[in-house]
Design a protein around this ligand. Sequence first.
Ligand code: GEK
Length: 258
Amino acid sequence: MTYRTSWPLTINATRMYRMQKDTLYSQPLSAVEDFRFDQRVANVFPDMIQRSVPGYSAMIALIGVIADQYAQPNSNIYDLGCSLGAASMAIRHRLTAPGCTLLAVDNSADMLAKAQSFLGVEDSPIPVQFVEADIRNLPIENASVVVLNFTLQFVPPDDRATLIQRIYRGMRPGGILLLSEKIAFDPSQSTLQNDLHIAFKKAQGYSDLEISQKRSALENVMRLDSVADHLARLRTAGFQQTEVWYQCLNFQSMLAIK
Ligand code: GEK
């Protein structure tokens, strides 16, 4: 039996999430603490990510479509840094390969609890295992699809190559890694890209104060790589084919085929 939902998925998903508006940085803070994926963030996350990442909804829906193209029967599908499970949900709604198990992994108990409350109640034949773990220590095995949707940018830079290599080793030949990131551009492009992203956030209703306090909160925890560095790391790990399949302003998604 296949289980499908209408397009675009995240409109349905965010209705399910009973979306709460993100006002976390709307008032002046005496000190801006480093960003953490805690309960307060979990409560507003669907609104926060959709108003912060241009093209997020389309990207999530397409992850479901792409995953269905590459998922192999009786394999594992990993959503690493799943947050509230939007990518897992998109994949679950499109998947036709039989015998697959989805593993939704996050090291934030608050985020994972919410993911479980949404995905756990869906009527679907595709099982989801919720795993609270640091993805740097997670065994990856028998994987045909692995998703890192805006997660690698929160992994300490020195640990990224090892993580990508471990993912590669745990994948089946022909499997894919989908890697989405906010991208660092070289100086000739970065001002334009950053200005356009700020314009996007303002158009989504964020104030200058919210934008600047959020930027300070993320400064020490979200470190960006260039797309050239990402693609080189994927190639070094052994991936045969690497492509950028999506870009919206300074956010890109790559696919890497083993
Ligand atoms: C989405 N993929 O909606 N181990 C496990 N989880 C981690 C780690 C780690 N080492 N580091 C960060 N996380 C989602 C969006 S959000 C991106 C991903 C964003 C988790 C962290 O707890 C958070 O839930 C997620 O990665 C990053 O498609 O908010 O910009």
